[in-house]
Every structure is written in structure tokens, then in C-alpha cells.
Design a protein around this ligand. Structure first.
Ligand code: SF4
Length: 200
């Protein structure tokens, strides 16, 4: 137990490395897929939010930031915990994923130029590629397009989560994080299916 807790404190380094690696080569940004898929693999295996409870590097970063001298520690808004905000956030990021998928298919089909630049939310584009220490082009345009899109999504959620951790309680982002919202819904489904089966 202590081992897990100690490791969790250092997991924030994983988030910093993720962004650092994108400056080595943008294709490392595809590692974001692991952050999106692993929580659900662990959830199905353990029937609980194992990832969120002990392994999420971003939660570790928010905890760290929330304990810094800059943190204000205001109460998490009730609308985040009990209101519909988490559903709006889930809808927004689902739309974002659909757009990512659609544009990647269009780039692969050759009907669209790759958007090889980061974007904050869907609206603020930082025109220009990231500086690359190892500028190894994959030669596959859709892959660099998708890498930038994953980088943008990770940058957006990390920045918003960090700002929240500085203003509110450290893990405020976790109350509206799409992974948590989908995990809670899946757990509800798993539990109700379990109780249905037991009740028969
Ligand atoms: S809710 Fe999101 S940010 Fe928080 S621990 Fe889970 S996956 Fe990480």
C-alpha cells in the first residue's frame, strides 16, 4: 500500500516527460492513447477505478500543484460534483475525439492538409510545428496530424486541470474528467448487471 502511495507522488514526472518527449519527436504524443485506454482495461479487470485511485500521472501533477504556495484551495464548485458540468465536458471531448478521427481520415484520404500544430481547446491554434530534437518524419501524414491532435488534447486538459488545481482543491479536474465520468457510468452498469444476476 505504501509502495503504491509513494509511487503515486512521483507519477507527475510521467506527465512532464510526456510533454518533453513531444519536443523530442511529436509522434511520442501518441502515448496519450495509453492514458485513455488503460483506465478502462483496469476498470474491467478490477471493477473499480484503479487508474484514478493510484496510477494517473496527471492526478499526481494536480496534487503536487495543489500543494504549491500558489494554490488558493477554494472549494470545488458544487456544479462540478453534482451538476451537469461533467456531462458538458464529456460531450465536448467526445466531439473533439470525433473531429480528430474525422480529420485524420480526411488527411489519410489526401483531401485535407495535416494540421501539424498544437491547438488549445478547438479554438486557439498555435500556428507552427513544435521544435523537434529528433525530427524523424514518419512519412505518414495522418500520423503526424493525429500526434498533434493528441498532444493538443493532453495540453488542453492538463492546463485546465492545473489551473483548477491552483484555484480550487487539487483534484477538482477529476470531478469533471471525461475518464471519470465514463468510468462512473460503466461501474454503475457493471454493478447493476451484477445485482440483476445475483437477484435471479
Ligand atoms: S479522473 Fe481523470 S485526471 Fe483524475 S485520476 Fe482519473 S483519469 Fe486522471
Amino acid at each position: 500500500m505504501n509502495f503504491k502511495l509513494k509511487n503515486h507522488r512521483l507519477l507527475f514526472i510521467g506527465t512532464l516527460l510526456y510533454f518533453a518527449f513531444a519536443f523530442i519527436n511529436i509522434h511520442f504524443a501518441m502515448l496519450a492513447m495509453a492514458c485513455m485506454i488503460t483506465p478502462f482495461i483496469l476498470l474491467v479487470r478490477d471493477k473499480k477505478k484503479t487508474w484514478c485511485q493510484g496510477y494517473c500521472p496527471r492526478a499526481s501533477l494536480y496534487t503536487k500543484a495543489g500543494k504549491s504556495p500558489f494554490a488558493r484551495g477554494h472549494k470545488t464548485p458544487k456544479s462540478f460534483i453534482k451538476g451537469n458540468v461533467k456531462w458538458y465536458v464529456l460531450a465536448y471531448f467526445s466531439l473533439n475525439l470525433l473531429i480528430m478521427l474525422g480529420t485524420t481520415i480526411r488527411v489519410a484520404a489526401g483531401v485535407m492538409e495535416p494540421m501539424n500544430y498544437p491547438r488549445f481547446l478547438l479554438f486557439f491554434a498555435f500556428r507552427g510545428e513544435l521544435p523537434q530534437l529528433l525530427p524523424i518524419a514518419s512519412g505518414v501524414q495522418w500520423l503526424s496530424h493525429l500526434s498533434y491532435r493528441f498532444f493538443s488534447m493532453m495540453m488542453t486538459t492538463s492546463v485546465i486541470g492545473l489551473l483548477m488545481s491552483l484555484f480550487y482543491k487539487p483534484r477538482t479536474w477529476c470531478t469533471i474528467c471525461p475518464v471519470a465520468t465514463m468510468s462512473d457510468a460503466a461501474l454503475k452498469g457493471i454493478k447493476s448487471t451484477g445485482s440483476d444476476t445475483t437477484g435471479r
